[in-house]
Design a protein. Sequence first.
Lengths: 511, 484
Amino acid sequence: MSAPRGDGTREAGGDGPAGALRIAAAVRAGERSARSVVEEALSAVASGDSDLHAFVTVTADAALAAADEVDRAVAEGRDPGPLAGVPVALKDNLCTRGVPTTCASRILEGWRPPYDATVVDRLAAAGAVAVGKTNMDEFAMGSSTENSCFGPTRNPHDRTRVPGGSSGGSAAAVAAGFVPLALGSDTGGSIRQPAALCGVVGMKPTYGLVSRYGLVAFASSLDQIGPFATSVADAAHLLGVIAGHDRADSTSLPDPDPRPDFAASVGRGVEGRRVGLCLELVEGCAPDVVARVRRAAEDLEAAGAEVSEISVPEFRLGLSAYYLIAPAEASSNLARYDGVRYGLRVDGPDVAAMNTATRTAGFGPEVKRRIMLGTYALSAGYYDAYYGKAQRVRTLMVEAFARAYRQVDVLLGATAPSTAFPIGERVDDPLAMYMSDVCTIPSNLAGHPAISVPYGAGDDGLPVGVQVLAPALGEELLFSVAAALEAAAPAGGGPGAAAPVGSGGPEGAGR
Amino acid sequence: MSGTEWETVVGLEVHCELKTATKLFCGCANSFGDEPNTNVCPVCLGLPGSLPVLNEGAVERAMRIGAALHCEVHPSVFHRKNYFYPDMPKDYQISQYDEPINVGGWLDLPDGFRVGIVRAHLEEDTGKTSHLGGDGRIHGADYSLVDYNRAGVPLVEIVSEPDIRSAAQARAYASELRAVLVAVDASDGRMEEGSLRVDANVSVRPAGSDTFGTRCEIKNLNSLRSLGRAIEHEAARQVALLESGEAVVQQTRHWDEAAARTVPLRSKEEAFDYRYFPEPDLVPLAPDAGWQAAVAGSLGLLPAQRRARLLALLDGAGDGEVSAAQADQVSAVVDQGLDDLVVAAVSGGAPARLALARAANEVAADVEAGRRLPVADFTKLVSMEGDGKLSASQSKEVLGELLGAGGGDPEAIAGQRGFEAMSADSVVAIVNEVVAAHPDEWGRFAGGDQKLMGFFVGAIRERAGSSFDGKAVSAELRRRLQEA
Ligand SMILES: [Zn+2]
């Protein structure tokens, strides 16, 4: 491994800070070795991450061994896979065999999964090289990556600010240029919101498109794994690798025949596409964010789309329904952390006391808050009023989307109501924190795909993300609209703008 | 209330471990008695990130149980039943709640009494905890060890209507249900290994009342004997309370086999709030009509149908009413799975009562060997005995050899042993000789002294040796008595 450079810049090859597609092409062609690519990424992490804290575990030795295996495949004329030699970062709620998987919680202290998540297997089979595990809000509960037992991650664009969350570590790792690709999980916006705040592309696929096997559950009916990338094309490429039916996940969708080609959809343009600027997805947002979304709508119109304004009032119910359903499922999913089998154990005079002591010491305040909320919502006598009603709202949400999609092909709105907020600003105000996800939650409740695309900077110079929403399995449509937005996006705030990535200037949107 | 006649009311919940090769939601072996924690994987250990995948073989067995109990198959949903217990890896059990797979139905007991079935639903079993130190219960133990081999083993819980009215009837229900579960290949029926576990809801009420009394649920009934005793003791306890003017408190109680009493576990107020909600990691289960029809068509004969088939053979034989002892033999032969042997022998010409008796007595003593016994050999043997070519004792001896050797020609074996049943002529000749040798005794016997029957049979047996045929001899003696 090469020595870290003090200024935190990475040793760029001849082609500058490359996107995933270009790296893979170079490695496959034998123009670059996977080892050099991975050494460069590890070096960038080593020099730049003590400050950002995007990673909680770096797996340098395993990464170099995997890179050498890719190089051997190239040398021997075997297909090294579509992501050959591309460094990726994994959110620390994705199980990795023999590598600590903590969910940023003390309660999983010392646990090493005996198996890899399906997505981790698929990445490895595609030749991608996992370089480490990224920081997150504990059990993915939060919107700032401050609820981590390892301490917060900082936003690469302004280290006094949060990167968003809960997949803040993955977003920051891509924004800082440590890795071109990362995986996160999105339960109520946990990929898209940090992507927006960090100025990268972040995408939540249709529920069931990507296997959840090996994703440590937060809210099973809402959780989806998805990509972070510096370009729409790279995100589409990564989704193509991780998507597809998995027998190990009963909620995994069957593969359509033929399988969609997400990467190919990127260049299709928006000519004649009906885009609905959704009023509920900008209301309550900061004026500079709203201005960016309106600019995006104009740019899409200029690119040939038919843009109209549309109202979906049911979206206003999303946050309340979400904060019943997600905690209810979480209260059950997190019951297994009882000190009996793995992770933290704090002894007590009997089993029940041990359970209580372990959970008291092992969970942070936000996790405890949600376990209590969820337990209450499912309790005898309250179930119908809370959980039952929230499920009915979910049905309304699906119907509301269906109505909207009779008028338009995709919806457009803000990803997050504001740019990145200062670290510490909302930690004592859970409701203000919950509001960060107001624009992203509807897609989770309906199980639909959505993507956040960097769209210039806000008044404070920090990245703004614009969100595109599509119907279930509308990924190809989503990527084609997102790519058109990317092509029109104003400068500033986007990938490459994060200081102090050495090569300077925004990286051109990869096509 | 003293002097009141009391009626016991019982509803049973039977947990049946399904005889699948693998567990309900993972590929681990479903096998009893292995080294602790060897049949485990991320799914059945509830490791973070693992997900359940439903075993179709378990669904099929659940549907077979439903079909045998005349239930309707419904589209069903799995729920999570949430409570903390160290032998439950996820601290919730995946079960079915308000939308179970089998709904409604009944089971007819051998005496014709019909017990209604509320539901028969699928769920996963828990692991097994051993508490070490203390008295073996969780409270007061020094430490506990958990074996998760059983965690995730498929169970069907069969819930009866409160139609049962006595401890004996509860035992008959459990026993008949067990036979049905074995017959449809859903269960191995081994109560002693915990394959079948029974909880009893017991209440009492004045005879003739049409409202139910307050019930108690009795747990830990792991044999038919425990089931019967626990119900008797619990009903007596409730009657004593009511007769002394006290009330029965709704409780869950534990049967203490050694002390022969039920002890309280928890009251209604202390009952868990299980916070059931639909399991988001599984999709709804809706077996299509084709699958349901295939399952119903593959059931084979149920125990009641097998008993009826044998009874019809006995009736059709035209040699008298079926005795209580023969009815017991019918049940025993069906329970042991030897009824096909009897039916085949009869259709091959063997006399029905004799085939039943040999199956219920000699073959049943070694059921495994009986299953290997070629039907043709058994048929020939029983026919030879029926035709008087072998005496009963000779026939049993030959059958013993057939069972030991896994078959053979009964005629050849009889020949090797020098067996030759007494011919009618030789019976008459020997009886003549013996009667002539003992004129005084014969006089008294003919005069009505029945005790001398034994004397003559013994004397004839001595003279006839191995060819002695008791049936033929006593018939000849009776014939001569009537002539005398
Ligand atoms: Zn298993």
